[in-house]
Design a protein around this ligand. Structure first.
Ligand SMILES: Cc1cc2nc3c(=O)[nH]c(=O)nc-3n(C[C@H](O)[C@H](O)[C@H](O)COP(=O)(O)O)c2cc1C
Length: 363
Protein backbone atom coordinates (compact mmCIF):
# COMPACT_ATOMS: atom_id res chain seq x y z
CA UNK A 1 0.00 0.00 0.00
CA UNK A 2 1.00 3.63 -0.39
CA UNK A 3 2.08 5.37 2.81
CA UNK A 4 2.64 9.12 3.18
CA UNK A 5 4.47 10.55 6.20
CA UNK A 6 3.43 14.08 7.13
CA UNK A 7 6.65 15.20 8.78
CA UNK A 8 5.94 18.04 11.19
CA UNK A 9 9.27 18.71 12.91
CA UNK A 10 11.32 21.74 11.91
CA UNK A 11 14.43 19.67 12.73
CA UNK A 12 15.04 17.52 9.72
CA UNK A 13 17.67 15.50 11.57
CA UNK A 14 16.24 15.40 15.06
CA UNK A 15 14.39 12.87 17.18
CA UNK A 16 11.20 12.82 15.12
CA UNK A 17 13.31 11.94 12.08
CA UNK A 18 14.82 8.95 13.87
CA UNK A 19 11.35 7.50 14.45
CA UNK A 20 10.26 8.36 10.90
CA UNK A 21 13.32 6.70 9.33
CA UNK A 22 12.86 3.55 11.37
CA UNK A 23 9.18 3.37 10.50
CA UNK A 24 10.01 3.85 6.81
CA UNK A 25 12.63 1.11 6.88
CA UNK A 26 10.16 -1.36 8.43
CA UNK A 27 7.34 -0.41 6.05
CA UNK A 28 9.59 -0.71 2.99
CA UNK A 29 10.82 -4.12 4.12
CA UNK A 30 7.17 -5.17 4.41
CA UNK A 31 6.68 -4.24 0.76
CA UNK A 32 4.94 -0.89 1.08
CA UNK A 33 5.67 2.16 -0.99
CA UNK A 34 6.57 5.04 1.33
CA UNK A 35 7.13 8.75 0.85
CA UNK A 36 7.55 11.65 3.24
CA UNK A 37 6.47 15.29 3.00
CA UNK A 38 8.42 17.98 4.83
CA UNK A 39 5.38 19.77 6.17
CA UNK A 40 7.37 22.00 8.54
CA UNK A 41 9.15 23.73 5.65
CA UNK A 42 6.32 23.66 3.13
CA UNK A 43 4.53 26.84 2.15
CA UNK A 44 1.24 26.27 3.97
CA UNK A 45 -0.78 29.14 5.38
CA UNK A 46 -3.20 28.73 8.26
CA UNK A 47 -6.87 28.22 7.45
CA UNK A 48 -8.54 31.62 7.45
CA UNK A 49 -11.96 30.17 8.22
CA UNK A 50 -13.49 31.94 5.21
CA UNK A 51 -15.37 28.74 4.33
CA UNK A 52 -15.11 29.56 0.65
CA UNK A 53 -14.52 25.82 0.24
CA UNK A 54 -17.78 24.93 2.00
CA UNK A 55 -15.77 22.19 3.79
CA UNK A 56 -15.26 20.45 0.43
CA UNK A 57 -14.06 22.38 -2.55
CA UNK A 58 -11.19 24.50 -3.80
CA UNK A 59 -9.37 26.58 -1.21
CA UNK A 60 -8.80 30.19 -2.22
CA UNK A 61 -5.31 30.22 -0.73
CA UNK A 62 -2.52 29.71 -3.24
CA UNK A 63 0.18 27.68 -1.56
CA UNK A 64 1.60 24.14 -1.40
CA UNK A 65 -1.66 22.74 -0.08
CA UNK A 66 -3.02 22.09 -3.57
CA UNK A 67 -0.28 19.55 -4.24
CA UNK A 68 -0.29 18.13 -0.69
CA UNK A 69 -4.05 17.59 -0.86
CA UNK A 70 -3.57 15.55 -4.06
CA UNK A 71 -0.89 13.46 -2.40
CA UNK A 72 -3.04 12.79 0.66
CA UNK A 73 -5.99 11.73 -1.46
CA UNK A 74 -3.75 9.49 -3.53
CA UNK A 75 -2.39 7.49 -0.60
CA UNK A 76 -3.71 4.59 1.49
CA UNK A 77 -2.19 5.64 4.80
CA UNK A 78 -1.05 8.86 6.42
CA UNK A 79 1.43 9.01 9.29
CA UNK A 80 1.47 12.10 11.47
CA UNK A 81 5.05 12.75 12.66
CA UNK A 82 5.44 15.49 15.25
CA UNK A 83 7.61 16.50 18.18
CA UNK A 84 5.49 17.24 21.22
CA UNK A 85 5.13 21.03 21.41
CA UNK A 86 3.33 22.31 24.48
CA UNK A 87 1.64 18.94 24.79
CA UNK A 88 0.15 18.93 21.32
CA UNK A 89 1.13 18.68 17.64
CA UNK A 90 3.78 21.11 16.41
CA UNK A 91 2.17 24.28 15.02
CA UNK A 92 3.55 23.39 11.59
CA UNK A 93 1.62 20.14 11.53
CA UNK A 94 -1.48 21.67 13.11
CA UNK A 95 -1.61 24.24 10.30
CA UNK A 96 -1.74 21.38 7.82
CA UNK A 97 -4.46 19.57 9.80
CA UNK A 98 -6.63 22.70 9.86
CA UNK A 99 -6.35 22.90 6.09
CA UNK A 100 -8.03 19.45 5.85
CA UNK A 101 -11.11 21.67 6.08
CA UNK A 102 -11.39 22.04 2.30
CA UNK A 103 -11.31 18.27 1.62
CA UNK A 104 -12.87 17.02 4.81
CA UNK A 105 -15.50 14.84 3.12
CA UNK A 106 -12.98 13.32 0.71
CA UNK A 107 -10.72 12.32 3.59
CA UNK A 108 -13.67 10.85 5.45
CA UNK A 109 -14.79 8.81 2.47
CA UNK A 110 -11.31 7.48 1.78
CA UNK A 111 -11.16 5.65 5.12
CA UNK A 112 -7.39 6.16 5.20
CA UNK A 113 -5.22 4.16 7.51
CA UNK A 114 -3.22 6.30 9.92
CA UNK A 115 -0.51 6.27 12.58
CA UNK A 116 1.15 8.74 14.90
CA UNK A 117 4.87 9.05 15.66
CA UNK A 118 5.87 11.55 18.33
CA UNK A 119 8.76 12.40 20.66
CA UNK A 120 8.90 14.47 23.85
CA UNK A 121 11.42 15.58 26.41
CA UNK A 122 9.18 14.74 29.31
CA UNK A 123 8.86 11.14 30.52
CA UNK A 124 5.94 11.45 32.96
CA UNK A 125 3.14 9.02 32.26
CA UNK A 126 0.79 11.90 31.39
CA UNK A 127 3.18 13.43 28.82
CA UNK A 128 1.17 12.35 25.79
CA UNK A 129 -2.36 12.50 27.27
CA UNK A 130 -3.45 15.55 25.27
CA UNK A 131 -1.76 14.58 21.99
CA UNK A 132 -3.05 11.01 22.19
CA UNK A 133 -6.55 12.24 22.86
CA UNK A 134 -6.35 14.71 19.97
CA UNK A 135 -5.07 12.05 17.59
CA UNK A 136 -7.77 9.56 18.61
CA UNK A 137 -10.44 12.21 18.12
CA UNK A 138 -9.10 12.94 14.64
CA UNK A 139 -9.17 9.22 13.86
CA UNK A 140 -12.79 9.09 14.89
CA UNK A 141 -13.86 12.29 13.18
CA UNK A 142 -11.98 11.73 9.92
CA UNK A 143 -12.97 8.04 9.69
CA UNK A 144 -9.31 6.99 9.81
CA UNK A 145 -8.28 3.42 10.48
CA UNK A 146 -5.66 3.71 13.22
CA UNK A 147 -2.69 1.36 12.85
CA UNK A 148 -0.87 2.48 15.99
CA UNK A 149 1.02 5.18 17.87
CA UNK A 150 4.67 5.39 18.86
CA UNK A 151 5.00 7.89 21.71
CA UNK A 152 8.63 8.49 22.59
CA UNK A 153 8.82 9.45 26.26
CA UNK A 154 12.14 10.96 27.34
CA UNK A 155 13.27 11.55 23.76
CA UNK A 156 14.53 15.12 24.25
CA UNK A 157 17.55 14.88 21.94
CA UNK A 158 18.59 12.63 19.06
CA UNK A 159 21.04 10.89 21.35
CA UNK A 160 18.34 10.18 23.98
CA UNK A 161 16.04 8.92 21.24
CA UNK A 162 18.65 6.68 19.61
CA UNK A 163 19.27 4.99 22.95
CA UNK A 164 15.58 4.46 23.67
CA UNK A 165 13.28 1.60 22.68
CA UNK A 166 11.21 3.82 20.38
CA UNK A 167 13.18 3.59 17.11
CA UNK A 168 12.77 -0.18 17.26
CA UNK A 169 9.08 0.19 18.03
CA UNK A 170 8.66 2.52 15.06
CA UNK A 171 10.46 0.00 12.84
CA UNK A 172 8.16 -2.77 14.06
CA UNK A 173 5.04 -0.69 13.49
CA UNK A 174 6.09 -0.21 9.86
CA UNK A 175 7.20 -3.81 9.46
CA UNK A 176 3.99 -5.27 10.84
CA UNK A 177 1.50 -3.19 8.86
CA UNK A 178 -1.00 -5.61 7.48
CA UNK A 179 -0.34 -6.14 3.79
CA UNK A 180 -3.21 -8.50 3.18
CA UNK A 181 -5.68 -6.60 5.28
CA UNK A 182 -6.84 -4.38 2.52
CA UNK A 183 -10.59 -3.74 2.37
CA UNK A 184 -10.32 -2.29 -1.09
CA UNK A 185 -8.32 -5.07 -2.69
CA UNK A 186 -9.05 -8.72 -3.05
CA UNK A 187 -10.00 -9.35 0.56
CA UNK A 188 -13.49 -8.68 1.85
CA UNK A 189 -15.75 -9.05 4.84
CA UNK A 190 -13.26 -7.33 7.10
CA UNK A 191 -15.70 -6.51 9.89
CA UNK A 192 -18.56 -8.50 11.40
CA UNK A 193 -21.00 -7.94 14.23
CA UNK A 194 -23.47 -9.83 16.41
CA UNK A 195 -26.43 -7.68 17.41
CA UNK A 196 -27.36 -7.73 21.11
CA UNK A 197 -30.83 -9.15 20.10
CA UNK A 198 -29.14 -12.28 18.70
CA UNK A 199 -27.02 -12.98 21.74
CA UNK A 200 -29.74 -14.77 23.74
CA UNK A 201 -30.65 -17.24 20.99
CA UNK A 202 -26.98 -18.00 20.27
CA UNK A 203 -26.30 -18.58 23.96
CA UNK A 204 -29.26 -20.97 24.21
CA UNK A 205 -28.57 -22.83 20.96
CA UNK A 206 -24.92 -23.48 21.69
CA UNK A 207 -24.89 -23.41 25.48
CA UNK A 208 -22.38 -20.55 25.60
CA UNK A 209 -21.21 -19.74 29.13
CA UNK A 210 -19.16 -16.60 28.34
CA UNK A 211 -20.08 -13.10 27.16
CA UNK A 212 -20.44 -12.81 23.41
CA UNK A 213 -18.81 -9.63 21.98
CA UNK A 214 -21.39 -7.36 20.39
CA UNK A 215 -19.00 -4.67 19.14
CA UNK A 216 -17.97 -4.61 15.50
CA UNK A 217 -15.12 -7.07 15.15
CA UNK A 218 -12.22 -6.22 12.91
CA UNK A 219 -9.03 -8.13 12.10
CA UNK A 220 -6.94 -9.03 15.15
CA UNK A 221 -10.00 -8.80 17.43
CA UNK A 222 -11.78 -11.68 19.15
CA UNK A 223 -15.06 -13.06 17.82
CA UNK A 224 -17.33 -15.95 18.70
CA UNK A 225 -16.38 -19.06 16.71
CA UNK A 226 -18.11 -22.46 16.64
CA UNK A 227 -15.97 -25.52 15.95
CA UNK A 228 -16.48 -29.25 16.38
CA UNK A 229 -14.71 -31.60 18.72
CA UNK A 230 -17.22 -34.41 19.21
CA UNK A 231 -19.93 -31.78 19.48
CA UNK A 232 -20.19 -28.17 18.35
CA UNK A 233 -18.34 -25.96 20.82
CA UNK A 234 -18.03 -22.18 21.22
CA UNK A 235 -14.76 -20.28 21.67
CA UNK A 236 -13.48 -16.74 21.28
CA UNK A 237 -10.84 -16.64 18.57
CA UNK A 238 -8.85 -13.88 16.91
CA UNK A 239 -9.81 -12.67 13.43
CA UNK A 240 -6.99 -13.29 10.94
CA UNK A 241 -4.16 -15.77 10.63
CA UNK A 242 -0.75 -14.35 11.48
CA UNK A 243 1.34 -16.36 9.07
CA UNK A 244 4.19 -14.96 6.96
CA UNK A 245 1.57 -12.46 5.90
CA UNK A 246 -1.65 -11.64 7.66
CA UNK A 247 -4.64 -13.40 6.09
CA UNK A 248 -8.31 -12.79 6.78
CA UNK A 249 -9.89 -14.62 3.84
CA UNK A 250 -9.42 -17.89 1.96
CA UNK A 251 -10.97 -18.47 -1.47
CA UNK A 252 -13.12 -21.58 -1.64
CA UNK A 253 -11.82 -22.32 -5.15
CA UNK A 254 -8.28 -22.94 -3.87
CA UNK A 255 -8.99 -23.88 -0.27
CA UNK A 256 -8.38 -27.59 -0.72
CA UNK A 257 -5.21 -27.11 -2.78
CA UNK A 258 -3.19 -24.49 -0.95
CA UNK A 259 -0.75 -26.04 1.56
CA UNK A 260 -1.22 -23.15 4.00
CA UNK A 261 -4.89 -24.03 4.53
CA UNK A 262 -4.19 -27.72 5.16
CA UNK A 263 -3.36 -26.91 8.78
CA UNK A 264 -6.78 -25.30 9.27
CA UNK A 265 -9.92 -26.92 10.64
CA UNK A 266 -13.44 -25.93 9.67
CA UNK A 267 -15.42 -23.59 11.88
CA UNK A 268 -18.24 -21.07 11.55
CA UNK A 269 -18.43 -17.49 12.71
CA UNK A 270 -21.97 -16.43 13.69
CA UNK A 271 -22.82 -12.90 12.55
CA UNK A 272 -25.91 -10.71 12.46
CA UNK A 273 -24.27 -8.57 9.79
CA UNK A 274 -21.00 -7.83 8.07
CA UNK A 275 -19.65 -4.67 6.54
CA UNK A 276 -18.00 -4.27 3.25
CA UNK A 277 -16.33 -1.28 1.65
CA UNK A 278 -17.43 -0.81 -1.91
CA UNK A 279 -14.98 -0.07 -4.70
CA UNK A 280 -16.29 3.48 -4.43
CA UNK A 281 -15.23 3.23 -0.77
CA UNK A 282 -18.70 3.48 0.70
CA UNK A 283 -19.58 1.39 3.72
CA UNK A 284 -22.22 -1.24 2.98
CA UNK A 285 -23.89 -3.39 5.64
CA UNK A 286 -25.14 -6.85 4.63
CA UNK A 287 -27.56 -8.89 6.71
CA UNK A 288 -30.14 -11.65 6.45
CA UNK A 289 -33.39 -12.57 8.25
CA UNK A 290 -31.56 -15.09 10.41
CA UNK A 291 -28.20 -15.26 12.08
CA UNK A 292 -25.62 -15.98 9.39
CA UNK A 293 -22.99 -18.65 9.97
CA UNK A 294 -19.93 -17.58 7.98
CA UNK A 295 -17.80 -20.51 6.90
CA UNK A 296 -14.29 -20.29 8.29
CA UNK A 297 -11.06 -22.07 9.11
CA UNK A 298 -9.23 -21.89 12.42
CA UNK A 299 -5.63 -22.75 13.20
CA UNK A 300 -3.84 -24.06 16.27
CA UNK A 301 -3.23 -20.51 17.53
CA UNK A 302 -6.99 -19.96 17.84
CA UNK A 303 -7.07 -17.62 14.86
CA UNK A 304 -9.78 -17.80 12.24
CA UNK A 305 -10.30 -16.61 8.70
CA UNK A 306 -13.44 -16.37 6.57
CA UNK A 307 -13.90 -18.44 3.41
CA UNK A 308 -15.14 -16.48 0.41
CA UNK A 309 -16.83 -17.36 -2.84
CA UNK A 310 -18.04 -15.51 -5.95
CA UNK A 311 -20.63 -12.90 -5.05
CA UNK A 312 -24.31 -13.31 -5.83
CA UNK A 313 -26.45 -10.51 -7.27
CA UNK A 314 -27.07 -8.86 -3.91
CA UNK A 315 -23.37 -8.32 -3.21
CA UNK A 316 -21.78 -8.09 -6.66
CA UNK A 317 -22.31 -4.38 -7.06
CA UNK A 318 -20.24 -3.81 -3.94
CA UNK A 319 -17.66 -6.56 -4.27
CA UNK A 320 -17.02 -9.60 -6.41
CA UNK A 321 -16.39 -11.85 -3.39
CA UNK A 322 -18.61 -12.67 -0.42
CA UNK A 323 -18.42 -15.05 2.53
CA UNK A 324 -19.91 -18.53 2.29
CA UNK A 325 -23.01 -18.24 4.46
CA UNK A 326 -24.50 -21.31 6.11
CA UNK A 327 -27.88 -21.88 7.75
CA UNK A 328 -28.11 -23.30 11.24
CA UNK A 329 -29.49 -26.52 9.72
CA UNK A 330 -26.31 -26.93 7.61
CA UNK A 331 -23.81 -26.86 10.45
CA UNK A 332 -23.59 -30.63 10.93
CA UNK A 333 -22.90 -31.07 7.20
CA UNK A 334 -20.24 -28.36 7.33
CA UNK A 335 -18.42 -30.27 10.05
CA UNK A 336 -18.76 -33.55 8.14
CA UNK A 337 -15.51 -34.45 6.33
CA UNK A 338 -17.18 -35.32 3.02
CA UNK A 339 -20.43 -33.38 3.01
CA UNK A 340 -18.75 -29.98 3.50
CA UNK A 341 -17.44 -29.96 -0.08
CA UNK A 342 -20.90 -29.44 -1.59
CA UNK A 343 -21.44 -26.48 0.79
CA UNK A 344 -18.24 -24.88 -0.50
CA UNK A 345 -19.74 -24.86 -3.97
CA UNK A 346 -23.30 -23.86 -3.05
CA UNK A 347 -24.90 -20.76 -4.55
CA UNK A 348 -24.81 -18.01 -1.91
CA UNK A 349 -28.19 -16.81 -0.70
CA UNK A 350 -29.37 -13.27 -1.40
CA UNK A 351 -28.76 -10.72 1.34
CA UNK A 352 -30.32 -7.46 2.40
CA UNK A 353 -28.01 -4.50 2.25
CA UNK A 354 -27.90 -0.93 3.44
CA UNK A 355 -25.53 1.55 1.96
CA UNK A 356 -25.08 4.38 4.33
CA UNK A 357 -23.38 7.46 3.07
CA UNK A 358 -22.43 8.48 6.55
CA UNK A 359 -23.45 12.08 7.15
CA UNK A 360 -20.55 14.21 8.14
CA UNK A 361 -21.05 16.51 11.04
CA UNK A 362 -19.03 19.65 10.60
CA UNK A 363 -17.51 19.90 14.07
C1 LIG B 1 8.55 24.87 21.18
C2 LIG B 1 8.81 23.58 21.87
C3 LIG B 1 7.85 23.07 22.71
C4 LIG B 1 8.07 21.86 23.37
N1 LIG B 1 7.09 21.36 24.18
C5 LIG B 1 7.31 20.20 24.84
C6 LIG B 1 6.33 19.70 25.71
O1 LIG B 1 5.23 20.26 25.84
N2 LIG B 1 6.60 18.56 26.39
C7 LIG B 1 7.78 17.89 26.24
O2 LIG B 1 7.96 16.88 26.88
N3 LIG B 1 8.71 18.34 25.39
C8 LIG B 1 8.52 19.50 24.70
N4 LIG B 1 9.48 19.95 23.83
C9 LIG B 1 10.66 19.14 23.58
C10 LIG B 1 10.57 18.37 22.24
O3 LIG B 1 9.35 17.71 22.11
C11 LIG B 1 11.69 17.32 22.15
O4 LIG B 1 12.92 17.94 22.36
C12 LIG B 1 11.70 16.57 20.84
O5 LIG B 1 12.69 15.60 20.90
C13 LIG B 1 12.02 17.47 19.66
O6 LIG B 1 11.95 16.69 18.48
P1 LIG B 1 12.79 17.05 17.16
O7 LIG B 1 14.22 16.64 17.41
O8 LIG B 1 12.19 16.26 16.07
O9 LIG B 1 12.66 18.51 16.96
C14 LIG B 1 9.29 21.17 23.19
C15 LIG B 1 10.27 21.71 22.35
C16 LIG B 1 10.04 22.91 21.71
C17 LIG B 1 11.11 23.48 20.81
Amino acid sequence: MKILLLFGSPNLNGSSRILADNFIQGAKEAGHSVSMLDIAHANIHPCTGCLHCGYEGPCIQKDDMKQIRKQILDTDMIVFVSPLYYYGFSAQLKILIDRFCSFNTSIHQKHLKSALLSVAWNADNWTFDALESHYKTLVRYLNLDDQGMILGYGCGTPSMTSHSIYPKQAYQLGRNLLIMYNCFGDTMCSSIKINPEDVKSLKEKFNIPFDIPTDTIKPNEKALVLYKEGKILPKLMSFGWNDKVFIINARQETLLEKPIFKKGKRCVIPASLFHEWSYAKEKVTFHSDNIMYLAGLYNQDNEFLIITTKSNDSVRRTHDRMPIILEHSQLEDWFNDTKFISLLRQEPKELEHEQKLEQLSLF
